[in-house]
Ligand binder design. Structure first.
Ligand code: EZ4
Ligand code: CO
Length: 412
């Protein structure tokens, strides 16, 4: 099973995706997602210049050895660019191994532990009325757990709020709810932490009054608070029984979560920008979080994520895999195969891709009864259409930059 070819594929069917395709000498093909939002070409170059030459002629069956070779073997380890590149190779090799075995990937990961992977969708609104409509539209589409984000009065734009009512309702004709904009330079947003902290409890009170106590509700703070602010928000939201509160602080300071945890029983989810198990060492061993948010695409692939989840399982911490639209259908397919097999699965984030993106990747996972089901064909269930992908050339796109009202750069 020698690797004969490895290609880096870039396409932009509404947004940019970087995909690695590995082909063995006897023609088995595997796909891995290498998309790093706003830094796509850095990973593409890392792969094509530094990794592809190492792969040619290697045995495609050596998944663990290849992972260690690309992690330890280059001396410069960790970081989002390196770990996205490793993830792409790892996922493609798992896809190949499963195809050779003649099984869907989840069978190689231990087989089914559940019927489907429960997901949550993204509702948002510029006011409560638009937010309620968005929640209703998501429920009508089959979502049974909902992330709630709203505009903060007095702010022009707020993270997580769709740019139109149609987008808030969950229309996936275009990526109007995607935070990366197709612009040559990042746009700037403004942020007022005090206004946010004052506004959010009332929003959740209104949502609970409208939709009742059963509906699982989530919220993403996007790294913007200090530990004491996060503790206050967690406490203030306790009456509304959140499923989780996400990324309350910039958690590279893992010890910060001790303070948050001492003050609130609101469940905490962290880690979409983390990329190794070491980023979670204190958070997991001290039980400072409830859900692990890393994506297959950004944390070293199936191998990297499996390692983190098995560690988390020792502490009753569950998976909550990152699944925004900047994770391609390849990355999402891999997450669904791992999620269906994993014992400590919690919930999967799911922002449906556009029709054009589906046409390029032809994923075989399906969304049924509020959950994602992996396809049953051998491998990941991805079939990349080169001709169509070629008709959507790369377009520079960037996530916004965030500034406080006085102009200070803040966490976005
Ligand atoms: O802002 O993936 O929980 N989801 C998120 C995402 C991130 C984007 C950044 O590329 O926070 O919407
Ligand atoms: Co998030």
């Amino acid at each position: 099973m020698l690797i004969a070819q490895a290609e880096v594929l870039i396409t932009s069917p509404g947004r940019n995706f970087v995909t690695l395709r590995i082909r063995t000498a006897d023609g088995v093909v595997g796909y891995g997602d290498a998309t790093l939002n706003g830094r796509e070409l850095a990973v593409a170059t890392y792969l094509s210049e530094h990794i592809v030459p190492l792969l040619l002629g290697r045995d495609a069956h050596l998944i663990e050895d290849t992972w260690q070779l690309l992690y330890r073997g280059v001396y410069w380890r960790r970081g989002p660019v390196t770990m996205a590149a490793i993830a792409a190779v790892d996922t493609a090799l798992w896809d190949i191994k499963a195809k050779v075995a003649g099984m869907p990937l989840y069978q190689l990961l231990g087989g089914r532990s559940r019927v489907s992977c429960r997901v949550y969708g993204h509702a948002s609104g510029r006011d409560n009325e638009e937010l309620f409509d968005s929640i209703r539209a998501h429920m009508a589409r089959g979502f049974r757990a909902i992330r709630v984000q709203t505009a903060i009065p007095g702010q022009d734009s707020t993270y997580g709020v769709a740019s139109s009512s149609a987008a808030a309702a969950g229309s996936d004709a275009r990526y109007d709810y995607e935070p990366a904009r197709r612009v040559p330079l990042p746009i700037e947003e403004r942020w007022d932490t005090r206004a946010y902290l004052r506004h959010m409890p009332g929003v959740f009170e209104a949502v609970r009054n409208e939709f009742g106590p059963e509906l699982p509700l989530l919220h993403d703070t996007h790294h913007r608070l200090t530990p004491i602010q996060a503790a206050k928000l967690g406490k203030d939201l306790e009456p509304y029984d959140l499923f989780w509160l996400e990324d309350v602080t910039p958690a590279e300071n893992q010890e910060a979560l001790r303070l948050v945890r001492r003050h609130t029983t609101t469940p905490l989810a962290i880690g979409e920008i983390f990329n190794t198990i070491w980023d979670y060492q204190t958070l997991i061993s001290e039980q400072l979080i409830d859900y692990v948010r890393s994506a297959i695409t950004h944390a070293g692939g199936v191998t990297g994520l499996k390692r983190i989840f098995e560690y988390a399982a020792m502490y009753q911490i569950k998976s909550g895999v990152h699944g925004p639209t900047d994770i391609s259908p390849v990355g999402l397919a891999a997450a669904v195969h791992l999620g269906i097999a994993l014992h400590n699965f919690g919930i999967q984030e799911y922002m449906p891709h556009s029709a054009d993106t589906h046409a390029v990747f032809r994923p075989t996972y399906s969304f049924v009864d509020g959950g994602l089901m992996p396809g049953e064909e051998p491998g990941l269930g991805i079939d990349y259409d080169d001709a169509l992908a070629g008709s959507f050339p790369y377009q520079p796109a960037y996530l916004p930059v965030n500034r406080l009202l006085d102009g200070t750069v803040h966490d976005w």
